[in-house]
Design a binder for this molecule. Structure first.
Ligand code: FES
Ligand code: FES
Length: 194
C-alpha cells in the first residue's frame, strides 16, 4: 500500500488539507490532487518556467519542489492572481499587449512577473528581461510579454484601461469573457494539454 502524507497549506488564499504521495512534486499536487491545472507541465527539469508558482512569496519551479515542502506554507498559482473575480492589472496588460500566443508559457510568465513586480514595482526593461529569464516562450513572444510587464508597472495606463472596462472611464471596451479566459485558462481550456 502506498504511503500518503497530508499536506496542509494555504493555496490561493484558501486553507487546504489534502493527502498526497510523498514523492509527488508540488506541480503534481497542484494539478492532480487540487485540480489547479493553470501551472503547466513542460520540461519537468527546471528549465522552462511553465510550472512557476509562488511559494511563500518566492517564485519557484513547482516541478522541482516536493509537494510536502509546501506544508504549512502559502502557494499562489496563476489561478490566484485574479482579484475579486477580475483579472489583475498584470493580466489585463498581457491581454492589452497580445502577450499570449499559444498561451502555454503564460501562466508561468504571469506568476514570475507578479513576483518581479512585488519586489521591484518599477523595473527597467533589463530588469524585466532578467526577471523573466527563467521563463521560456516557444512562440518567442518575448517582446509583447516584456511590454506588458512594463505597462503593468507603469500602472496608470493599464489602470486606466481597467477603469474604462469597468465603466469608470471610456477609453476601451472590456475584454470579452472568452478573451479573459485566454490568459489564465486557455492553456487548459482550448489549446494546451492538461
Ligand atoms: S516544467 Fe517546471 S521548469 Fe519546466
Ligand atoms: S505564448 Fe506560446 S509558449 Fe509562450
Amino acid at each position: 500500500m502506498t504511503e500518503t502524507l497530508r499536506l496542509e497549506a494555504t493555496i490561493n488564499g484558501r486553507p487546504r488539507s489534502v493527502p498526497i504521495a510523498p514523492h509527488h512534486t508540488l506541480l503534481e499536487v497542484l494539478r492532480d490532487d487540487l485540480g489547479l491545472t493553470g501551472s503547466k507541465e513542460c520540461c519537468l527539469v527546471g528549465e522552462c518556467g511553465a510550472c512557476t508558482v509562488l511559494l511563500n512569496g518566492r517564485s519557484v519551479d513547482s516541478c522541482l519542489v516536493l509537494g510536502i515542502e509546501a506544508d504549512g506554507g502559502e502557494v499562489i498559482t496563476v489561478e490566484g492572481l485574479t482579484r475579486d473575480g477580475r483579472l489583475s492589472r498584470l493580466q489585463e496588460a498581457f491581454l492589452e499587449y497580445g502577450a499570449a500566443q499559444c498561451g502555454y508559457c503564460i501562466p508561468g510568465q504571469l506568476v514570475a512577473a507578479q513576483a518581479l513586480l512585488a519586489s521591484n514595482p518599477h523595473p527597467t526593461r533589463p530588469e524585466v528581461e532578467e526577471g523573466l529569464a527563467g521563463n521560456l516562450c516557444r512562440c518567442a513572444g518575448y517582446e509583447q510579454i516584456i511590454e506588458a510587464v512594463l505597462a503593468a508597472a507603469e500602472g496608470d495606463a493599464v489602470e486606466g484601461e481597467v477603469a474604462a472596462a469597468s465603466g469608470r472611464g471610456a477609453t476601451r471596451s472590456e475584454p470579452e469573457a472568452g478573451k479573459q479566459l485566454d490568459v489564465a485558462a486557455t492553456p487548459d481550456a482550448t489549446v494546451a494539454p492538461q
